[in-house]
Design a protein around this ligand. Sequence first.
Ligand code: ADP
Ligand code: TRP
Length: 339
Amino acid sequence: MTRRLTGFQPTGKLHLGNLIGAMRPLVQAQERPDTRSIAMIADLHAMTMEHDPAQLRANTLQVATVLLAAGVDPRRTALIAHSQVPEHSELHYLLECVTGYGEAARMIQFREKSAGSPLPGFSAPSEGPGAGSKHVRLSLLTYPVLMAADILVHDSEQVPVGDDQSQHLELARTIATRFNTRYGETFTVPEGIRPESAARVMDLADPARKMSKSSPSPAGRIGLLDSPDVIRRTIARAVTDTVGIVRDDPAGQPGVTNLLGILRACSDRELGDLHSYGALKREVTDAVEAVLTPIRTRYAELAEDPDHVRKVLSEGKAWVRPRAAETVRRTRAALGLLD
Ligand code: ADP
Ligand code: TRP
């Protein structure tokens, strides 16, 4: 049995890119008798930047509900929230003791998200150059070690990751290997896997970048819970080009290529003759609608009963904890801590 861990950050609203690139592969993997997945909502990750507690709680429940609505079956996939399984946090500290400050500070995501802040270790001056520069949480620096703990605590063998997380996955592998060499075989060294197919959905307003929760404008994103009207308008406004031919040409016609990619991902119908961008956009709208309508309907039913969603999370926790506790026990023993 191959153990797989898929993580979702509960910041902002899930979009079509998340569905095609991450949620669908997770749902499809449920059909494979040789793979067992954990779907983890990384609520602790969402606290590495300024956050609003009520919003975090709502987002965490919403992501759990959307995952269930999209077909995550809690009898086959353990659905958990990061913070509800305390072994993640315990292993996090233990792994901090085998990780270098420089290794964490080098992470691209840390450098990007902390850009504009004063040097690590110094607070922002109240006047002069750098005055008022932003506050960087220490957890933003140590977060990749928490991510390593998330992965290693469940003995995960496969971790689906997009490009932006591959450096973090590499760090998890480095930490696991270093620990095993220094303190004895303790961790399974995980492998990063890429979502199958050309699964990357690009931003509709700026097809040079991927559709992302963190993109500046909502015009580029299709939210999984957007109304049919919003979806129709978003697709109608999608950036195309002046070539006027419907074809795949990633370099010359990235917008049209992206729309074709979305169409293929959302419909298995033959693409037939699409002679105009207007016709293409209508086809894409229908196909996306056909995929999202059942998810939206199921979401509305599940959202009526948040206690049910909480119960699923609590069952997921009970399911994964014995193995996580055993990993922590092994790690503590290897490090010389009393049991
Ligand atoms: P975001 O960039 O929107 O914050 P995350 O980093 O939380 O998304 O990614 C969650 C999962 O969704 C990851 O497995 C990632 O590979 C996948 N994903 C995110 N954006 C896209 C996209 N535009 N196309 C395909 N997959 C995506
Ligand atoms: N850091 C990941 C992201 O930003 C989310 C995540 C947290 C994760 N822990 C994980 C992903 C463990 C895979 C495995 O998307």
